[in-house]
Every structure is written in C-alpha cells, then in structure tokens.
Design a protein around this ligand. Structure first.
Ligand code: SF4
Ligand code: SF4
Length: 97
C-alpha cells in the first residue's frame, strides 16, 4: 500500500489562502447544537472550525472554511447548519506547487 508522508495541520493550512467575505456563508444554531450528544462536526471538519463549549454548545468560525460541505452532510440535526457558498470573489483559494 502506498505510504503518504505525514503533513502537520499547520502545514496543510499553510497551502491555502482565504478571501474572507463579510457575510458568513455557514451559520450554526448553537441552541440546536446544545442538544446534540455526538458532535460529529467537531471531528469531521478538516479545518477544525467547530469547537465544543463548556455548556454543551458549539463555537463556529467560518473564516478558514475549505467549503468542502462535510459538516452539512454529516450533521443529523435539522436546522443546525445553514450552508451556502461564499459571495463571488470570496472564500478559499487553493495554491499549487
Ligand atoms: S453542527 Fe450538527 S453535528 Fe455539530 S454539534 Fe451542531 S447539531 Fe451536532
Ligand atoms: S464546509 Fe468543510 S471546512 Fe467548512 S466548516 Fe464545513 S466541514 Fe469545515
């Protein structure tokens, strides 16, 4: 089986730029999250943007989002996540090389 080299989270994040828009393209309803016992988003988001809070809720920051859609797909509580793409000209920029 092919082996891939270890790449740190910081190095991965260093390969992308973000043109941050003023409008959050993803919003999270912390009230709904409070009743969620599994918190799949915390483990599934590759950018680690979901952070559990001490009161059972979630802190979410849209600014370094890869726009992969994983959180929206994996969350099983209706209405917890509202997901759109950023406005034109904003969002993630993947650099090559
Ligand atoms: S976003 Fe979805 S998976 Fe994450 S804590 Fe809220 S309800 Fe749970
Ligand atoms: S779209 Fe992807 S990177 Fe953005 S918050 Fe959801 S899981 Fe994280």
């Amino acid at each position: 089986m092919r082996q891939y080299p270890e790449v740190s989270f910081e190095d991965r994040m260093g390969t992308v730029d973000f043109q941050v828009g003023g409008r959050p393209h993803i919003t999270v309803d912390a009230e709904i999250c409070r009743s969620c016992t599994t918190k799949e988003c915390v483990h599934a988001c590759p950018a680690k943007l979901f952070v559990p809070t001490g009161d059972g809720g979630i802190l979410f920051n849209y600014e370094q989002c890869f726009e992969c859609g994983t959180c929206y797909q994996i969350c099983n509580k209706a209405g917890a996540i509202t997901w759109t793409y950023p406005d034109g000209g904003h969002g993630v920029v993947f650099r090559r090389g």
